[in-house]
Every structure is written in C-alpha cells, then in structure tokens.
Write a protein that binds this ligand. Structure first.
Ligand SMILES: Cc1cc2nc3c(=O)[nH]c(=O)nc-3n(C[C@H](O)[C@H](O)[C@H](O)COP(=O)(O)OP(=O)(O)OC[C@H]3O[C@@H](n4cnc5c(N)ncnc54)[C@H](O)[C@@H]3O)c2cc1C
Length: 270
C-alpha cells in the first residue's frame, strides 16, 4: 500500500527541527525511516508532515565523555558496529547493532530511531536498558535526561514529548562482562526472543520481544542478588511477564526461549 500524502520538510539543525514540529500539527520526525515508513505504508501512521532529521550530522558520533560513552542519536547501526570506541569500551552495542536486520537496514537505521520508535521487539533499546543508559532529549525549553528504565511506556509510546528530539544516548564505559543472545530463524530477521545482559557491579538482564516494550528479567536479577545458582536464576527469566504469541512463536515457546537464552547469557558473563 502507498502511504497517505504528507508534506516534507528537511531540518538543518536540531533547533530548526524543534521549531518545525511546533509549527506543524500531526508532524513526525523521520531519521532512517526504516520503522516509520513501513507503518506509513500500512496506514498505521499518517503524519501530516515529515520533518527529516536524517542528515543532522551533528548528531552522528560516538565519543568518550566524562567516563561515559556518548552516542549521537543519528548514529547509524553500521557506524555503531564498526566504532573503535564501542568495540574497545562497550562492545555489546557494536555487537547488537551488527545483528540488526540486513546491511541496508544497518546503513540507514539510527540508534535514536530504534529507541524513539518504542517497539519491544527492537534490539538496541534492550541493550540500552541492560547498560542502564540515560537518554538526552532536546525540546523548546532545552535538554533533559530520561533514564532508560523510565523511557518506554507502552507499544510505540515513550516519555518523549512530540516536540522533543532524542539527541544522545549515554552509556557506561569499560563494559567487560556482557552477553547478547538473539534467537531468529534467519540471520536478518527480528528476534523471536533476545537477551542483552551486562555485569557491571550488579547484573542487569534485558529481554527483547517478551512484551510490548523492552523489559528487565526481574525474576532472574533478584534470584542472582539472593545468591541463586545460574540455572535457578535463568529459570525465573519469564517470571511475571506476559509475552506475545504470534505466527513466529506461541506464548509458551517465548517463555521457554527466554529461560534458555538467559541461561546462556548468564554463563557467558564472567
Ligand atoms: C527489513 C527490516 C528489518 C529490521 N530488522 C530489525 C532487527 O532485526 N532488529 C531491530 O532492532 N530493528 C530492526 N529493524 C528496525 C530498524 O532498526 C530501524 O532502523 C529502527 O528501528 C528505527 O530507526 P530509524 O532511524 O529508521 O527510525 P525512523 O523510522 O525514521 O523513526 C522511527 C520513529 O522514531 C521517531 N524518531 C526517529 N528518530 C528520532 C529522534 N532522534 N528523536 C525523536 N524521535 C525520533 C520517528 O518520529 C518515528 O516515530 C528492521 C527494519 C526493517 C525495515
């Protein structure tokens, strides 16, 4: 299906993007377009105006900053995959980005778009959650920080205001103990279930496609804190969760995958 008709504006700075969205009712930002355009083609999204932020090179970077790593929201998945800073200091992000979709998706899609889109099946938001990332949003009155734990509110619903641009993702540096497990049928497919786990002081385990938003495996995390064995902790991976059933997997299969993949992830952590 073709998208409904829309106006197109291209922003040349973050400030201009914010001003443009304030002037256009029902407008949406577009970055790589690899999540928004499919929704528009299905007429599940019908923005009146697209405000293109995809060429804002000021938001494409990965750099060390005050003991953390700062990632510009417009950084493409491919640039994350090959980033020397990430490969040395937080390889989980490079690894996860390298398994998103196929090469054309990775050359167009952005980390900010993946996080702002708000789909529980996406890989990078779960990795950000496991890393306890902080997201920086910029709106008409300036910048504010949003914790990754507070960001995703529901399916395609986030803490961003409609006139805020996600500008930066901040993650800890020197991540040595991590694991990423993605179960899919073909290499370029979305995860049927995935797991991003990080041990950095405490152990944080995030799940992909086990709900409408990226989720922590709270049962596993509290079992680890209480000194349970890895096997016992993994058996709690789906505790309290309500995973979806669809053509790819039944609810019970997703629960089983979560327990198995969390077990593998915990074994990989040092
Ligand atoms: C064939 C295919 C396979 C894919 N496979 C996977 C996969 O395996 N794993 C996976 O995780 N993802 C996958 N994706 C999704 C892909 O990673 C997208 O690129 C990503 O989810 C969205 O990034 P984008 O830059 O394309 O965002 P867009 O589609 O441009 O935007 C998505 C949403 O975020 C908003 N937005 C974008 N950037 C910002 C910003 N900086 N500030 C505020 N709002 C913003 C837009 O308004 C829109 O609502 C796949 C996509 C396709 C088409």
């Amino acid at each position: 299906m073709y998208p409904a008709s829309f106006n197109y504006l291209r922003a040349s700075s973050v400030r201009e993007a914010i001003s443009m969205i304030g002037d256009n009712e029902d407008a949406k930002f577009i970055a790589g377009g690899h999540s928004l355009v499919p929704l528009m083609k299905l007429r599940l999204a019908t923005p009146s105006t697209l405000i293109d932020i995809g060429r804002l090179s000021e938001l494409s970077y990965v750099r060390e900053d005050g003991g953390q790593i700062a990632i510009g929201a417009l950084t493409r998945h491919r640039d994350l995959e090959i980033s020397p800073v990430l490969n040395a200091k937080a390889p989980i992000i490079a690894k996860v980005a390298g398994q998103v979709g196929d090469p054309s998706v990775r050359h167009k899609g952005t980390i900010g778009g993946s996080i702002a889109h708000g789909d529980g099946a996406s890989d990078l938001p779960a990795a950000a959650l496991a890393l306890d990332a902080v997201f920086v949003a910029e709106g008409p009155s300036g910048r504010r920080e949003i914790k990754s734990t507070d960001f995703h509110k529901g399916f395609l619903e986030t803490a961003l205001e409609p006139n805020e641009v996600l500008v930066e993702i901040r993650i800890p540096s020197n991540i040595k103990s991590w694991s990423f497990q993605k179960f899919n049928r073909r290499a370029q497919d979305w995860a049927i279930v995935g797991v991003a786990a990080v041990k950095n002081g405490s152990t944080r385990v995030a799940l992909i496609n086990m709900g409408s938003i990226p989720l922590r495996a709270a049962g596993t995390e509290s079992a680890i804190q209480s000194g349970a064995s890895l096997k016992e902790a993994a058996s709690q991976a789906d505790l309290g969760l309500d995973p979806p059933g669809d053509l790819n997997a039944t609810v019970e299969f997703r629960r089983h995958l979560a327990r198995v993949l969390v077990g593998r992830a915990l074994e990989e952590l040092d």
